[in-house]
Structures are given as structure tokens and as C-alpha cells.
Design a protein around this ligand. Sequence first.
Ligand code: ATP
Ligand code: PH2
Length: 140
Amino acid sequence: MGDREMYLRRAWEEIEGRAGHITKASSIMETEAYGYTDQDNFLNMVLEIETGLSPHRLLAELLTIEAELGRVRTIHWGPRTIDLDIIYYGDQIIDDDDLRVPHPDLHNREFVLKPIAEIEPEWYDPKRQKTVGQMLDELI
Ligand SMILES: Nc1ncnc2c1ncn2[C@@H]1O[C@H](COP(=O)(O)OP(=O)(O)OP(=O)(O)O)[C@@H](O)[C@H]1O
Ligand SMILES: Nc1nc2c(c(=O)[nH]1)N=C(CO)CN2
């Protein structure tokens, strides 16, 4: 919602400041809303970062950044100023109540797979045991 590019820029700065060093960035893609479709288009992008933080510490920092950037949770899958998800954490598989990595719905989301394919076309999903390219091909 609002000035979408500005929120992406601010999130980028905050991630550099407190979450890790950004090593690659996809382009910014305008995408139609998925799930709850009665809302405006999203801007999506994927960042690759190097971090010394554990997965849970990283999640905590991302949630803090979301809160700082004014995210209010209302409608499930609904409009938001910013949404920061951990899609992969290296090749780790995490299935905790508050953190699931690889992101459980990533294979259904073109707005996730496309930007990953742009920066890491050979990326291999440790859970589904497929590359992002394969998962993109299998999207209906
Ligand atoms: N890989 C992950 N990355 C970010 N948050 C996660 C992850 N796995 C589980 N969560 C949990 O999800 C909560 C955030 O849910 P949120 O409201 O942002 O979901 P959403 O973005 O609307 O939907 P989705 O997760 O399907 O994209 C966080 O508080 C966190 O505990
Ligand atoms: N296009 C698009 N649609 C969505 C998105 C998103 O990032 N992009 N995120 C959602 C919940 O995380 C729900 N729907």
C-alpha cells in the first residue's frame, strides 16, 4: 500500500543495517495479487543476503522492520506496506510453528520463483528437490 517503491527502498536499508549484507537483488516486479485477489497489484522482489544471524534471529529482525515500516495485519493475504519473508536459508529445512523454511507456498508463487530464477537460476530446493526453473515450468 502507499508509496510501494519507497517501502522497498526503506526495507533494503533496514536489512543492510540490521539483518545482513545484501549480495544479490532481483529486479522489482509488479504482480497481480495472489490469494486474496480483490486488492491492488504488488511489487515483489527477492534479495540474497549473507548473515551471521540464526534463522529465528533473522525472522525477529524482519518482523521488527515490518513493524517499523508501519505494517498492520488485517486481512489474511491482504494489502500491506511491506512483507518480508525468508524463502530459503541456505539448504536448511525448518518446520517450527513460527518459522517454516523453505517457505511452504513458494512453489505456487510465480512472484517468488521468477525473481529467484533471475538471480540464482540453478537454485535447488532442498525440500522439493527441484530447481527453481523446474518449479517455474510446473506452475499452471
Ligand atoms: N519463512 C517464513 N518467513 C517469514 N515468516 C514466516 C515464515 N514461516 C513462518 N512465518 C511466520 O509467519 C508470520 C507472518 O505471517 P504473515 O502475516 O506475514 O503471512 P503472510 O505474509 O500474509 O502470508 P504468507 O506467509 O503466506 O506469505 C510470522 O510472524 C512468522 O512467524
Ligand atoms: N502478487 C502478490 N500476491 C500476494 C503476495 C505477494 O507478495 N505478491 N503476498 C501475499 C501474502 O504473503 C498474498 N498475495
